[in-house]
Design a protein around this ligand. Structure first.
Ligand code: C5P
Length: 303
């Protein structure tokens, strides 16, 4: 195989429990991830030399969004460079062409998704033959969310988010993703969390959330959604608080910031309800876009 295309989903956090900063600078997390069908595509083609290049076509409306690095600091480039190193094949090279749909710095792990997609694609075009579990171990070195984006579905994340275990979830959930014209830096939101909550206790996943997922009950899920980074994100971007209230006012089953923000997630009862919520949100001029997405969906996979 000379080239391959990988589809890789965005992640949302249905619960994001955060504890006090560890000595290594990361925070202990107790989170429930869900992969949703807002997908980036990573096209991977083998090269004859040892260069690794990346290009990005942005398909999203994000006027104040941050630039995506196109050098060795790009997460997808770092991921395949690490794979090549561990394969003991520094002679291998490839071109990555990313079609970007997941908001940049939106709290939906867009950069990590591209890293996961690039790993799956490089594994195929370089005929590395690594198993999913082997790729997952490497993924954890790239970023806390990367293992989940290989896994997909609905899963618990422990450690700094990289220790994944499956969660029983019935049915399909309808989400409205309200994206912002700007991004938020994950590191900055965690630093604000440290300022606001230096003594945060060990985080736990709420039992009600797991029960709601097992029952496939969107009303109970809406009530159980939680995110310990909310205060920190709102402290940096005050408008997020009123946006969350507005989502509730419109009749969303739940409204929660995705990860470190700023994307706001509204849970809907059905596709029709999602369309109603989208119409209500679209009237706001402070937002960038409203997107419908369903979850759970599978993780990074070849198409
Ligand atoms: O793991 P990843 O590189 O995606 O994390 C980005 C940044 O988010 C880290 O540099 C760190 O500042 C913060 N982070 C954290 N605790 C976690 C995960 C991420 O403090 N569990």
């Amino acid at each position: 195989m000379n080239s391959a295309t990988v589809r890789v989903p965005a992640k949302i956090n249905l619960a994001l429990g955060v504890g006090a900063r560890r000595d290594d600078g990361f925070h202990p997390l107790a989170t429930v991830y869900q992969a949703i069908d807002l997908c980036d595509e990573v096209h991977v083609s083998a090269r004859d030399d040892d260069q690794i290049t990346v290009t990005v076509a942005r398909e999203i409306d994000q006027p104040e969004g941050p630039q995506i690095p196109l050098d060795g600091t790009n997460l997808a480039v770092r991921a395949v460079a690490l794979l090549r190193e561990r394969m003991g094949r520094p002679d291998l090279g490839l071109d990555l062409a990313i079609r970007k749909v997941i908001p940049v710095a939106g709290g939906m792990a867009g950069g990590s998704a591209d890293a996961a997609g690039a790993l799956v694609g490089a594994n195929a075009v370089w005929s590395a033959g690594w198993t999913r579990d082997e790729l997952t171990e490497l993924a954890a070195e790239i970023g806390s969310d990367v293992p989940f984006l290989l896994h997909g579905g609905t899963a618990m994340g422990a450690g700094r988010g990289e220790v994944i275990s499956p969660v029983l979830a019935r049915g399909t959930f309808h989400w409205v993703c309200v994206t912002m014209p700007y991004g938020l830096s994950t590191a900055e939101v965690f630093a604000e969390f440290d300022r606001l909550r230096p003594d945060a206790p060990e985080p736990k996943v709420p039992a009600e959330l797991l029960q709601a997922l097992a029952a496939g009950d969107p009303v109970a899920l809406g009530q159980a959604l939680s995110n310990d980074l909310t205060e920190a994100a709102v402290s940096i971007r005050h408008g997020l608080r009123s946006l969350q209230h507005y989502g509730h006012t419109l009749g969303a089953l739940g409204a929660v910031i995705s990860g470190s923000g700023p994307t706001m997630l509204l849970l809907a009862e059905s596709h029709e309800h999602a369309l109603d919520l989208m119409a209500g949100m679209a009237a706001l001029d402070t937002i960038a876009d409203v997107l419908h997405a369903i979850g759970p969906v599978q993780g990074a996979h070849l198409v």
